[in-house]
Design a binder for this molecule. Structure first.
Ligand code: C2O
Ligand code: CU
Ligand code: CU
Length: 473
């Protein structure tokens, strides 16, 4: 072969390699790589938290053991993230309790820092609430016990120590607390946990290149992550049979609001808000949840075809996907009515309080001041019914509002800006979003004694002092 031919071959080989390289760069993969597995490789299945085992055999007494611990969690291939969890490396088990039951909890702190466990939404005495006054030192445990006395609902639990609530939640400390009662027993709705009754703890996180969480509290207004996690997995997939599915959704994010919808704009039915069932299923295409709020929805997948993909999204953000599977006999239904709600009696109101939520970022205040654990801001007598009027200032630079939460009680929304609240806010709640420049009136009753927090559930706002405490006696 002449040298000319060899040179031509070498040039052609060079051009071919450059072409391959450019195609590879452009497509993010090389033409001969097997793309068939990509979907499988990338699709993380939705993790279902385990149901915590009741360690007491007496059916009227429950005993639960929770350990706050450190761990490593792999959110991406090949890197692991230092995380915190309850009885595991990230998030915690689901605890199911029944109305009327005596519950003994034992919470062990195996962390190297103080923590506490607050039962968000549970109506218990201040001592059992798990707020900043019930600190658990490293290596010690806390044993609250209480009788559950409130309707079926989806509640949750998370740390509540001064100075590290936001970071401990971010690193993974949160779990679901489900209350059941005779009404939730009787309703013919999906209630097979992990099968057609699925918890969705929705959060957002940012990561550094080494896999560690990037918690940057210098953000303008609370810490918002750029990946969405559901039950601790990034934008996961759930295979659903062609049946009615029930989702118990918790906005467990530190600061992000979600406005959920399905990618095909299909309607679903909201059946519960923070404090329990609504009077009837509410047909809807959108569900707004601010940090701390919960909702239960029913989605009917029976008319879809096998392998259809429906995305749960919030604005343009993908939260998770549902892949439709097999037909299965389904005896559950979307009921016409759910429960009868006994409204708190406005004629029995004995006090009116005003709460002014102001500011953003680190410059926040509640009624003009910042939280002080040595100061009781309000006193309420046991059993009293009050109206609280919560206002927020108009916010500059994108602040959208404040999710306002009260410990140890449930309340009803009376009005929003002088108008009737939306239909999905007519049940009992424990967290209500007060948008920029809005005024929300709630009616609330205090049925247990003790010291309770009330605060904005943007955890960075709470941490910066947008919190007060009241004593019920
Ligand atoms: Cu989720 Cu002070 O609470
Ligand atoms: Cu709470
Ligand atoms: Cu706030």
């Amino acid at each position: 072969m002449s040298r000319k031919w060899i040179l031509t071959l070498l040039i052609m080989l060079g051009i071919f390699l450059i072409w391959v390289g450019m195609v590879g760069l452009y497509m993010g993969e090389f033409p001969w790589s097997n793309t068939d597995d990509v979907v499988d490789e990338d699709a993380i299945m939705l993790p279902i938290p385990v149901l915590l085992v009741d360690e007491n055999e007496d059916k009227n007494i429950a005993e639960y053991n929770i350990v706050a611990q450190q761990g490593q969690t792999s959110f991406f291939n090949n890197v692991s993230t230092p995380t915190l969890g309850y009885n595991g490396s990230f998030l915690g088990p689901v605890i199911k309790v029944r109305r009327g039951e005596l519950v003994n909890m034992r919470v062990q702190n195996d962390l190297s820092e103080d923590t506490s466990v607050h039962w968000h939404g549970l109506e218990v005495s201040g001592e059992s609430d798990g707020g900043p006054h019930q600190v658990i030192r490293p290596g010690t445990f806390w044993q609250p016990s209480f009788v559950v006395d409130q309707p079926a609902a989806t509640l949750w639990f998370h740390p509540h120590v001064i100075g590290s609530t936001a970071t401990q939640v971010y690193r993974g400390l949160a779990g679901l607390l489900i209350v059941e009662d005779e009404y939730s027993d009787r309703l013919n709705i999906p209630k097979d946990y992990g099968v057609n009754d699925i918890p969705l703890i929705i959060q957002d996180r940012s990561f550094n290149n080494d896999g560690s969480f990037d918690y940057s509290s210098n953000m303008m207004d609370g810490v918002v992550g750029d990946e969405i996690l559901v039950n601790g997995a990034i934008t996961p997939v759930l295979e659903v049979d062609r049946v009615i599915m029930r989702f118990r959704i918790v906005n467990g994010a530190n600061a992000r609001n979600f406005s959920f919808e399905l990618s095909n704009q299909a309607e679903f039915y909201q059946i519960a808000s923070d404090g329990g069932f609504l009077e009837e299923p509410l047909q809807s295409r959108r569900l707004f949840l601010s940090p701390g709020e919960r909702a239960e929805i029913l989605v009917d997948f029976s008319d879809y075809n096998e392998n259809d993909v429906i995305v749960l999204k919030s604005g343009n953000i993908r939260v998770m996907s549902f892949v439709v599977g097999k037909q299965r006999t389904d005896t559950t239904e979307i009921p016409k009515t759910l429960v009868k709600i006994e409204d708190l009696d406005v004629s029995k109101v004995t006090g009116i309080k005003t709460i002014e939520l102001d500011g953003m970022g680190h410059m926040v205040s509640l009624n003009g001041r910042q939280f002080d654990i040595d100061r009781i801001d309000d006193n309420v007598s046991l059993g009293a019914i009050e109206i609280w009027e919560i206002t927020t200032s108009r916010m500059m630079m994108g602040g959208t509002g404040h999710p306002f939460h009260i410990h140890g009680t449930r309340f009803q929304v009376l009005s929003r800006n002088g108008r009737e609240p939306d239909e999905n806010e007519r049940g009992f709640k424990d967290t209500v979003f007060v948008g920029a420049g809005e005024t929300v009136r709630i009616i609330v009753q205090f049925k247990h004694k003790g010291i309770y927090m009330y605060h904005c559930h943007i955890l960075e706002h709470e941490e910066a002092g947008m919190m007060g405490q009241l004593e019920v006696e």
